[in-house]
Design a protein around this ligand. Sequence first.
Ligand code: ATP
Length: 235
Amino acid sequence: MMTIRGLNAGYGGLDALVDVSMDVETGKLVTVAGPNGAGKSTLFKVLSGIVPARAGCIEFDGINLLGIKPSDRARLGIAHVPEGWQVFKSMTVLENLEMGALIRPDRKSWKHDLKRIYELFPILAERRGQLAGTLSGGQQQMVAIGRGLASAPRLLLLDEPSMGLAPALIDTVFERIGRIHAETALTIMLVEQRATEALELCNYGYVLESGRVVAAGSRSDLLKNPRVQAAYLGI
Ligand code: ATP
């Protein structure tokens, strides 16, 4: 579905991504793990067009993604759920989900998909009329993921969905991401500092450090990789 080759991006004199190459196959869950400041969020920002690439190419379903205006990337089916529960706080839960649905190509299946989102996150159904800003952090994260799903994406980018959540909620969020992937076969890229949980979920993963890919492989390869075990899995 997507190939990234020789990608470079940064801010002023700083190189945040250096010669990054990745492959994302349709229907797979691809994890990008790595420490703080590794360039994970920058990668997603380049994909959604918030940060320009300095070099390299990205092909998304045969299209040169870097040649597409950022405002048109969402219409291609790329849904970016940024880190930090970015919801419309003064809108209700349902209004937030409807905002996500505005760009869907197919309005007819919206009711059906909304029901699915409520099945995945029953608390959102219960709180559908409540202002999103009054929800707990975990619930706001669910709204943010739900809004991404509402756009009927072909590629869902989830940036640090566990960030700032209480430990019990972190497990729930990872479990729901696994369920979304298992039940919908949606292609998902998951960026996480919590490498253990995120690599456990993936079909394929990459580890970024200081903007460079330092390890790549299937879930089992990465979980067996001594470097990954030592640095991220506490083994
Ligand atoms: P985190 O988990 O902390 O978000 P990350 O892996 O997502 O880390 P990025 O946010 O992509 O990392 O940051 C990569 C590098 O780029 C870091 O050195 C960071 O300080 C720097 N950086 C990120 N955003 C900006 C910005 N807007 N201006 C300048 N430097 C930035």
